[in-house]
Design a binder for this molecule. Structure first.
Ligand code: AHR
Length: 655
């Protein structure tokens, strides 16, 4: 039993109006799903690159709050007698703190204090409340610290005075309402009274954070991620998982527990590119593994943590750990699963519980390694696979196919991943839009019996446009993704990369979301990802088209799916041709065919531009947004116009 819909495409084949429109017939068999679409198929990949975590999603406004950068005063401008000390520290793992002293000279001249420049400035908004906090002690047991916001013109704005009342370390807090709107403010602290004061973990957060969690995430950025409806959330990287040395690799155990005692680490995007050098880029781990799991829960996304496999970044000639020293790395993987899933009365379960989440997070999968290559990788991965299968047989394991979409490394690793029987293989491709248009059929011939595919990092790089987030790039991604959906039996997960970029502090482009200290720009690529995730069906449907193979011939790409959860049919189409098409959609109800009857009202969502270089900007963030119109399907027949250069989603409720 089936119902076939026919789409008659009448595309104008060229500039001559007299030319007969080409006709394409698209048939959708709603009774014969060709693949089950994973409920978590479309997701997000988060890495602390482009100041995406510190200075980005993590709402802390003070840079180098613990004085732990290799130059402990990076981000700070001291005046008077300011020293960095480590004796009798407040935090064992972040032992440096700052000491301000009053001297006869400082009394007569500058006073003593220091200002923090924030992350390309501190974004303050008039009328909003900010929570200031620091740990302090004074030898005499009494001092007064004056705290001022300073605007970009160096005018002192709101001022508070915080009495320090002990010779022992104590935490002091104050709520401050800003009297200025300035994206590039500073915070100045001055020893107003007393001979000395020691300060550590100087922190400033907006009170209004995501889900109102104190010292939490930036609300607008978290909301932007949530609006993508991610099914899966890969974290924390990327290259930062690998690090360049063993010491600078990402170690999740350093990212849990009280934030004050999470040891700072270099961020490798500090020095990765000579032409983009960022000596003020560190990881505070305020956004750590607990917070990542919590965000997954907030978004309804499955967590996909990536752990170091015992190999540091191969692009940077990083070392590989000898096999006889691999056990701590394997333990990190096993302990992470325990941290996420074990009951609260176990060791790792209790660490999670103490952080406020006694219930397990329900981790289902883990990736071992990022962009590795060569025999050293499967050799090490095999040890992890054996240990994880033995202790946690239900956890899915994701292996890597290397850094590129094809080539020697890729060809070597895929058979190795099959041999090791990993569940999914992570593929990465940063390629030109033409590659994406040409590769919509990439997965049509993939082996159906081996591991599934995780398209873990992909983005179209529009080189002639400086790799900007152009409509052309986004259109090519939309076209390519018709092939992901059509092959949902083998492609289980897909995440664009990278996710976030600070307008004034980025290392890599394009990126899905741009932000500055106040605002957020959703790129047109963002909307492509959002449309796929929001209009994800449950079953991909056999979709055929007379006169076109649906893989780009004549500029036409299409996929259709049934959404059994919401009882609707979804057709996604990309017209990569400059000319508009007249589209005639016919819902054919043949003899004896009954099950799915189109309702009269549907909707049509279009993302379109005749300018392939167009992009959303801070000045014009809504230039390219999906436009939704009602769609009438009288008796199952439909005629519509498909604009030139457009991505269109048709949603037809079924009775
Ligand atoms: O997404 C940016 C980087 O690209 C990732 O860190 C790495 O995995 C890839 O090379």
């Amino acid at each position: 039993m089936f119902l076939a819909f026919s789409l008659i495409w009448m595309c104008l084949g060229g500039p001559l109006a007299a030319q007969a429109p080409r006709t394409f017939t698209l048939s959708v068999d709603t009774q014969q799903p060709i693949a089950t679409i994973q409920p978590n198929m479309y997701g997000i990949f988060f890495e602390d690159i482009n100041f995406g975590a510190d200075g980005g999603l993590y709402a802390e406004l003070i840079k180098n709050r613990s004085f732990e950068f290799e130059n402990p005063l990076v981000g700070w401008i001291p005046f008077g007698r300011v020293t960095i000390e480590t004796q009798n520290p407040c935090f064992e793992k972040n032992p440096h703190y700052v000491r301000l002293q009053t001297t006869p000279e400082s009394v007569r001249t500058t006073g003593t204090g220091l200002s923090n420049e924030g992350f390309r400035g501190i974004g303050l908004q008039e009328g909003k409340v900010y929570t200031l906090s620091f740990y302090a002690r004074s030898n005499a047991g009494k001092a007064v610290v004056q705290v001022q916001a300073v605007d970009a013109q160096n005018n002192s704005r709101v001022t508070v005075e915080v009495p320090v009342t002990s010779a022992e370390w104590e935490r002091y807090t104050a709520n401050v309402t800003s009297d200025v709107t300035d994206a590039h403010a500073q915070l100045r602290l001055r020893l107003l009274q007393g001979e000395d004061v020691c300060l550590d973990h100087i922190s400033l957060f907006p009170q209004d954070t995501w889900k109102q969690r104190p010292q939490g995430m930036r609300a607008d950025l978290a909301q932007t991620l949530s609006d993508l409806h991610p099914g899966v959330f890969r974290f924390p990287g990327g290259c930062i998982v690998e690090g360049t040395t063993e010491a600078t690799r990402y170690q999740w155990k350093n990212t849990v527990g009280p934030v004050e005692n999470r040891p700072f680490n270099l961020n490798r995007w500090y020095y990765t590119f000579d032409y983009k050098f960022f000596p003020d880029y560190y990881q505070s781990y305020g956004l750590g593994f607990f917070e990542y799991f919590q965000l997954c829960e907030d978004f309804g996304a499955d967590a996909l943590p990536v752990l170091n496999c015992g190999m540091m970044c191969q692009y940077q000639d990083g070392p590989a750990v000898p096999l006889d020293r691999l056990q701590p790395y394997v333990d990190d993987a096993l302990d992470l699963i325990a941290f996420a899933n074990d009951p609260a009365d176990t060791h790792w379960g209790s660490v999670r519980a103490q952080m406020g989440h006694p219930e397990p997070f329900g981790l289902k999968m883990i990736a071992i390694g990022n962009e590795q290559w060569g025999p050293g990788y499967p050799e090490r991965l095999a040890v992890f696979v054996k240990a994880i299968r033995a202790k946690y047989p239900d956890i899915k394991i994701i292996g890597s196919s290397g850094p590129s979409a094809a080539g020697d490394k890729f060809d070597y690793l895929w058979p190795e991943m099959k041999r090791l029987e990993v569940d999914l293989v992570d593929e990465h491709y940063y390629m030109a839009p033409e590659w994406f248009f040409a590769n919509a059929g990439r997965y049509d011939t993939y082996d159906r019996k081996g591991p599934k595919v995780f398209a873990g990092e992909f983005a179209a790089h529009d080189y002639p446009q400086g790799k900007a987030n152009t409509f052309y790039a986004a259109l090519s991604e939309a076209a390519f993704m018709t092939g992901l959906e059509r092959n949902a039996d083998v492609v289980h997960l897909a995440t664009y990369a990278p996710l976030l970029a600070h307008k004034e502090a980025w290392q890599w482009n394009p990126d899905l979301i741009w932000f500055d200290n106040f605002s957020v720009v959703r790129t047109v690529n963002y909307y492509v990802q959002q449309l796929y995730a929001h209009y994800r069906g449950t079953h991909a449907l056999a979709t055929t088209c007379d006169g076109s193979d649906l893989r780009g011939e004549n500029g036409l790409y299409a996929t259709s799916c049934l959404d059994k959860d919401n009882n609707r049919l979804i057709v996604k189409m990309v017209n990569a041709h400059p000319e508009a098409c007249n589209v005639n959609l016919q819902c054919l109800l043949g003899k004896g065919r009954k099950a799915y009857v189109p309702a009269s009202e549907g909707s049509l969502i279009t993302l379109q531009s005749s300018d392939l270089t167009a992009q959303n900007t801070f000045e014009n963030p809504d230039l390219l947004v999906p436009v939704t119109r009602p769609l009438s399907v009288p008796g199952g027949d439909l005629t519509l116009s498909l604009a030139g250069y457009s991505f269109t989603v048709i949603v037809i409720p079924l009775k």
